[in-house]
Design a binder for this molecule. Structure first.
Ligand code: ZN
Ligand code: ZN
Length: 322
């Protein structure tokens, strides 16, 4: 397995992984296709030849597996398909993101907008966040998908595990003692969570269940995420991620309990992430929303302004602890 670093967006590196020796030359993820990402992919293949004497070039890739439908992982797919004859494989729940990207962006934008309204994000901030959201998607185009991956599939020795949460069709791949953990498990960052009210099969509940399922994997000596350095103790990393979310859930409950007025998700976001600016503000409100949703789904929260919610004024939801 070779890791090819690509700058997906300024100061944000994503890895494309080239797998050799498990069926045809297989590229797992393609970079973002934005900025220099495609150049970096090409340079990565050139270095395989010059530094590692591998003969496989980009033109020899015969299979592309997309770990999930986020642009930093599949935005470069159109470029890759221009340079090789490869089948494209993705989990069924992320298929439409690849084949009907324009539709997906329109519908996801609408769902995001509805979430931000219910979260109580002020109109001017909402406009700014929506503009940023749209910008990050503009360079991507729809492509084809040839093969649908399902949980438990074995593709030339690589075992597919479906781990929804960070993304609906998120998969990780088991290759002997190596796990390609994509954005499900990262070395330093807790993978971003968004509420499943925006997109089904996302949400913290699915994520934590998927995380727990990975505990059953035995003999993994190294996990390679879609970002950041390799993980040598997967079990410990899973513990840390789980603990981090439990702590965040406690924090949200605590903040709601000690509020003089039942807060909105946006008000909670300001207290949880006071320093978030720019694109991070959008990530922060989604992250807070995912934790509020988790607590609400499990009956730890209740809507404090139900009467107001019945009116036509489209108010934000205010939460109280039960
Ligand atoms: Zn992702
Ligand atoms: Zn990513």
């Amino acid at each position: 397995v070779y890791r090819i670093p690509c700058e997906a967006f300024p100061d944000f590196v994503v890895y494309a992984h080239l797998v050799l020796g498990a069926g045809p030359p297989t590229l797992v993820d393609t970079g973002s296709g934005y900025g220099q990402s495609n150049d970096h992919l090409r340079e990565g293949f050139a270095r395989l030849r010059s530094e590692f004497s591998e003969r496989a070039g980009l033109a020899d890739v015969r299979r592309v597996i997309i770990t999930h439908g986020h642009v930093d992982h599949f935005g470069g797919l159109a470029f890759v398909l221009d340079h090789c004859q490869a089948e494209v494989a993705v989990h069924g729940l992320d298929r439409r993101v690849l084949v009907a990207y324009e539709e997906r962006v329109v519908m996801a934008t609408r769902a995001l907008r509805a979430f931000l309204d219910l979260a109580g994000v002020p109109a001017d901030v909402c406009q700014r966040l929506m503009a940023m959201y749209g910008f990050s998607k503009r360079h991507v185009h729809s492509t084809r998908v040839d093969r649908i991956l399902s949980d438990g599939d074995v593709v030339d020795g690589m075992e597919v595990r479906h781990v929804p949460g960070h993304c609906p069709g998120q998969v990780v791949l088991v290759l002997g003692n190596v796990l390609l953990s994509a954005d499900h498990v990262l070395a330093r960052t807790s993978p971003h969570q968004a509420p499943e009210s925006i997109t089904a099969w996302m949400g913290l509940g699915h994520y934590l269940e998927s995380l727990a399922r990975l505990r059953g994997l035995e003999g993994i000596e190294m996990a390679l995420g879609g970002h950041e350095e390799p993980i040598t103790d997967l079990g410990r990393r899973i513990d840390q991620l789980e603990f981090g979310h439990r702590r965040k859930l406690d924090k949200v409950l605590g903040l709601i309990r000690e509020s003089s007025e039942p807060p909105t998700i946006w008000e909670l976001t300001g207290r949880m992430y006071p320093k978030a600016k720019g694109f991070h503000e959008l990530l922060a409100v989604e992250e807070a929303g995912a934790h509020v949703e988790f607590l609400d789904q499990r009956g730890d929260l209740a809507v404090a302004n139900l009467e107001e919610m019945e009116s036509d004024s489209r108010p934000a939801v205010r939460y109280r602890a039960t």
